[in-house]
Design a protein around this ligand. Structure first.
Ligand code: MN
Length: 356
């Protein structure tokens, strides 16, 4: 099966399970997944044997060329949704309750009177959680670009740079080397600002202490995600202990993780190391998350993951951290693919403490 067939089979199996005649798709990542065409303002209607893709004039020409061959590309209202729903006698319509606004659902109900609307919940996110080799290839390509940006930065970083300068260098390098856009707003926080896991980079000179950089590139809509922490100046004994503990926790989780293990146990392996080193209360986020067409997607790797067990095909991050409010913070993040042949760390970037 090619990727189009794999995706449509997964969706139609899930639709049959939920008893859906059709599903209305409007989340951009799911529209891209089911059409192979990136359009933030489009929507699709997919039934058990047909797929209509709606794209307004701005995207219409490209959609006809780029969308999967199974998609009938329509300009909005030619035909309209209600004509299709009537013609094919569609009764039960799935909608993306995590993406459709209340107003959009109301409008849909006004337009398609007589249909039942069923929330799809995590239907798409669980379909997307299992990655095919093509998807991993895109993520790896993005990740190599991000690693290049890190190496580039190390050749030119200096004390007069600001946090926003670091962001600019990383993002410029990635764009120049083929990244479609940054995976998310690049994080580069130094000194006291580094105790904020998602701190906002400031236009101030790099402070002595940790510099945490969390960022990624994008290829074909697929995100990469990496965090590296380096030291501006020399690390003192306390900082070395923090860094070594985070690294030890990350290596232990990377060693332990594999398909078949409960997600929350992987989190616990890292968390126990951080706690027993005396940093209880300093690691307030989950250990990791899925990455793909969204930067944060299923599965979650955290203590709140319930009974979830890691599955072959999943791509996750492992990113423990220690954050001491008002002082500093440190995080190290790699991406791991749980392939049929075992786990693969997709990140190829040094982790020993670098002092500038
Ligand atoms: Mn991450």
């Amino acid at each position: 099966m090619n990727i189009m067939e794999i995706r449509y089979k997964r969706l139609r199996d899930a639709m049959a399970e939920k008893g859906l005649d059709a599903v209305y798709v409007n989340a951009p990542e799911n529209y891209l997944y089911m059409s192979h065409f990136d359009n933030p303002d489009g929507y699709m209607l997919i039934t058990k044997d047909k797929s209509w893709l709606f794209a307004d004039f701005r995207y219409f020409e490209a959609a006809k060329l780029e969308a999967f061959s199974c998609c009938t590309v329509c300009e909005p209202r030619k035909p309209g949704l209600s004509e299709i729903v009537n013609e094919y006698n569609l009764k039960t319509i799935g909608y993306e309750d995590q993406a459709l606004t209340c107003y959009e659902l109301y409008s849909l109900k006004q337009q398609l009177t007589g249909c039942d609307f069923v929330p799809t919940g995590n239907m798409f996110s669980s379909i997307r959680a299992s990655k095919t080799p093509e998807e991993i290839e895109a993520v790896v390509k993005a990740q190599r670009i991000a690693e290049g940006a890190f190496r580039h930065l190390l050749t030119m970083i200096h004390y007069d740079m600001t946090e926003t300068d670091v962001v600019a260098e990383l993002e410029y390098y990635m764009k120049k080397n083929g990244s479609e856009k940054p995976s998310f707003d690049t994080i580069a926080v130094s000194g006291a600002q580094s105790s904020r896991p998602h701190g906002v980079p400031r236009p101030v000179k790099l402070e002595k202490g940790f510099l945490t950089m969390d960022y990624g590139a994008m290829i074909n809509g697929y995100h990469s995600d990496m965090t590296r922490t380096i030291c501006i100046g020399k690390a003192d004994a306390d900082m070395k202990k923090v860094y070594d503990t985070v690294l030890k926790a990350q290596l232990a989780a990377l060693e332990y993780v594999e398909a078949g293990k409960p997600n929350k146990d992987v989190d616990k392996v890292a968390r126990d190391i951080i706690h027993s080193a005396g940093y209880e209360g300093c690691f307030g986020h989950g250990l990791g998350h899925g990455v793909g067409l969204l930067i944060h997607e299923d599965p979650r790797v955290s203590s709140g993951a319930g009974d979830a067990v890691l599955q072959v095909g999943e791509l996750i991050t492992i990113e423990p951290g220690i954050y001491i409010e008002g002082k500093y913070g440190c995080r190290i993040e790699d991406m791991v693919y749980l392939s049929e042949n075992g786990k693969q760390n997709l990140t190829d970037c040094p982790k020993e403490l670098i002092e500038i």
